[in-house]
Design a protein around this ligand. Structure first.
Ligand SMILES: *Cc1c(COP(=O)(O)O)cnc(C)c1O
Length: 383
């Protein structure tokens, strides 16, 4: 049915009507006082969301672009870095550090498992000459639905003294990422995930310690030179033409977020993650991420007895609900339910009911009609 599409994928995520309306205006000049006032409000509210007093820079780029910026601005060719890799995104950052000629040490876990903070501790303690300049970690590994233990990993990095550079693309705006309380140096995320606006903006916060490293960092940079963004942010503008209408959208979305409040936003994502997991278990569908390391943004399911791609296909054709598939080696093996950003309890119940109907249609064995919805409803009622 036209105009009924429901995105239950980990980006792009649903956009509220008022945010769409905010975008549907003529652009204004970005060197105007009107624009600077909006830009200042957006930056202040993003700092609130990031729980930081650090510089918060806004780039016209997707998440990968700001993450690349977050890496190249603080390092020099040949620098030793540790990259945590337990999924598609962790591996992507290792590809970036390889591409820039850094000396990359991968610390890996199997896909579907969290990174082992002990392996990172051991690698850092072995580095007595302090050659490791940065540790790069993906907080919520979207490809597998696993959340890594950033708090513990960060403690080990702090004990060593290297910079910590974090991909928080599907954790910021979904769960607690206290940038200043934890002392996270470089924190990157993108607008089409937890921010309730379309793709196109990237955000990166930069600590004083990272700016120290910036002064001597020698990797080439130009469009992504964060020093230029910092200089211009002090004047409430950007070095190059910003994605003006997305800034309008961000202004509106952040006003909504401030009204809801950080605690309520985190509680909602946690509730949706628990309800979705409980529902899948009640339907006999194995969860891919272990208990205790489930992403607040995405639930990965490895179905038995039915084909993951068929589940996605029926969901789309019959119910206009888009689920994500598996990436790389997981292609065809898992489906992923996004519950990130502008998602309500009703959306979760709808998606679960549709998954039940889909499983029944596909003849999955052991599916009790209504069991998934009942399990999710129990989570919502706190019983
Ligand atoms: C979506 C995502 C990104 C960024 O992807 P883009 O397509 O460049 O926006 C990075 N890391 C994670 C964990 C993601 O989920």
């Amino acid at each position: 049915m036209d105009d009924k599409l429901m995105l239950m994928i980990p980006g792009p995520t649903p956009v509220p009507e008022r945010v769409l309306q905010a975008m549907a205006k003529h652009p204004i000049g970005h060197r105007s006082a009107d624009f600077s006032a909006i830009f200042a409000e957006v930056t202040a509210n993003l700092k609130w969301l990031h729980q930081t007093e650090n510089d918060l820079l806004i780039l016209a780029a997707s998440g990968t672009g700001v993450m690349e910026a977050g890496i190249i601005n603080f390092l020099s060719p040949g620098d030793k870095v540790i990259v945590g890799s337990n999924g598609k995104f962790g591996e992507r950052w290792a590809e970036v550090t390889d591409a820039y000629g850094l000396n990359t040490q991968r610390v890996t876990s199997d896909w579907g498992k969290p990174l082992d903070p002990e392996l990172i501790r051991v690698a850092l303690e072995a580095d007595t000459n302090k050659e490791i300049k940065a540790v790069i970690v993906t907080h919520s590994e979207t490809s597998t639905g696993v959340i890594n233990d950033l708090e513990t990993i960060n403690k080990h990095v702090k004990a060593h003294g290297a910079l910590i550079i974090v991909d928080t693309v599907t954790s910021l705006g979904a769960c607690n990422v206290p940038v200043d309380a934890w002392g996270l140096d470089v924190v990157a995320s993108g607008s089409q995930k937890g921010y309730m606006i379309p793709p196109g903006l990237g955000f990166v916060s930069v600590s004083a310690k990272a700016w120290e490293a910036y002064k001597t960092a020698k990797l080439p940079r130009y469009y992504f030179d964060l020093g230029m963004y910092r200089k211009n942010a002090a004047k409430d503008t950007t070095p190059f033409t910003p994605a003006i209408n997305l800034i309008f959208a961000m202004q509106s979305a952040l006003q909504m977020m401030r009204k809801e409040g950080l605690e309520a936003i985190f509680a909602r994502h946690d509730r949706h993650s628990r309800a979705t997991r409980a529902a899948m278990k009640a339907l006999g569908m194995p969860l891919y991420a272990p208990e205790g390391n489930a992403s607040p943004a995405i639930t990965a399911v490895m179905p038995t007895g039915v084909d993951a791609e068929q589940v996605r296909s029926v969901m789309k054709k019959k119910f206009d609900i888009v689920l994500a598939g598996g990436q790389d080696a997981l292609k065809g093996k898992i489906f992923r339910i996004g519950h990130l950003g502008f998602v309500s309890d009703r959306d979760i119940l709808t998606a679960i009911a549709a998954i039940e109907a889909t499983l029944l249609e596909l003849g999955a064995v052991g599916v009790t009609p209504g069991a998934g919805v009942a399990a999710a409803a129990a989570v919502f009622s706190g019983k």
